[in-house]
Design a protein around this ligand. Structure first.
Ligand code: ZN
Ligand code: ZN
Length: 264
């Protein structure tokens, strides 16, 4: 099969011919990939920023935002069948450690992270994962439409969900960055909270896109942007600031626009 493999840091990944993965354990699931998202994290991996965190053994196949169809299941898998449309949680987890049992699978003490830690990811025809990581979808959904939800969507949703107790009616949420994470954050906020939503971005096209999701205000991140946001919040700043950029000055701006007793 074909796979997008990273051989050396700072060197373009190549499309290689590699053997198809095969079912080994009873809970293994082989997924025929329909779509794999390209994430900023892939750029960080390419730059070697994950080296000291996960020590991935190169080369390996990139791709941690994956969706597709079940090709084959191990002997103990009872919740999935060949042909099911699925999206994959980015982590492969044990289900037995303290963190998994508490519902904090991202902190699993014996996890693998396909496409990130040297485990082969989904920028390939097939990906081998575990039944716990596979979420069955309505068959009408197309993998290319949903693959990025496996990480970018999950990340933005998780942040909004965590902040919900702070976002009662009358509060304001500021979203910095209306890109891959932020445009989903806006949708999550509008669906789950009663807060007034302000979105800030440098890119007018990104603001035009999120306007369709119903934020109360969109602000172009020019020199006067901070003042505009203060004006929209009675000079106080927002109760909750979601910084989906966290670089190039956004980190300082986020603090400056966080109101008294607010959360950043
Ligand atoms: Zn990602
Ligand atoms: Zn675990």
């Amino acid at each position: 099969m074909k796979a997008v493999r990273l051989h050396r840091y700072h060197e373009r990944p190549s499309v290689d011919e590699v053997p198809e993965p095969a079912i080994k354990g009873p809970l293994d699931v082989l997924v025929r990939i329909g779509a794999a998202g390209l994430c900023r994290t892939d750029l960080h991996i390419y730059e070697g920023q994950w080296e000291h965190l996960t020590h991935p053994q190169l080369p390996f196949t990139l791709g941690h935002e994956n969706a597709g169809w079940v090709e084959e299941v191990g002997s103990a898998v009872s919740n999935l069948a060949a042909g099911d449309t699925v999206i994959l949680h980015p982590h492969i987890t044990c289900g037995l450690c303290r963190y998994c049992r508490a519902g904090n699978e991202m902190h699993c003490t014996s996890s693998r992270f396909p496409g990130v830690d040297g485990t082969d990811g989904g920028m390939a025809n097939y990906l081998l994962t575990d039944a716990r990581s596979v979420v069955k979808l309505d068959p009408s959904l197309q993998p290319a439409d949903v693959a990025a939800l496996a990480d970018a969507g999950l990340t933005a949703y998780h942040a909004v969900k965590k902040a919900l107790p702070l976002l009662y009616p009358g509060t304001t949420a500021l979203i910095i960055g209306a890109g891959g994470l932020g445009h989903i954050g806006v949708q999550a906020l509008k669906a789950m909270s009663a807060a007034t939503v302000i979105v800030l971005d440098r890119n007018q096209a990104a603001l035009d896109l999120v306007r369709g999701y119903g934020p109360n205000h969109t602000v172009l991140a020019d020199d006067g942007a901070a003042q505009k946001i203060l004006d929209l919040t009675d000079g106080q700043g927002a109760e909750v600031v979601f910084d989906f950029v966290a670089e190039q000055g956004a980190e300082a701006l986020g603090w400056n626009l966080t109101g008294r007793g607010g959360s950043h």
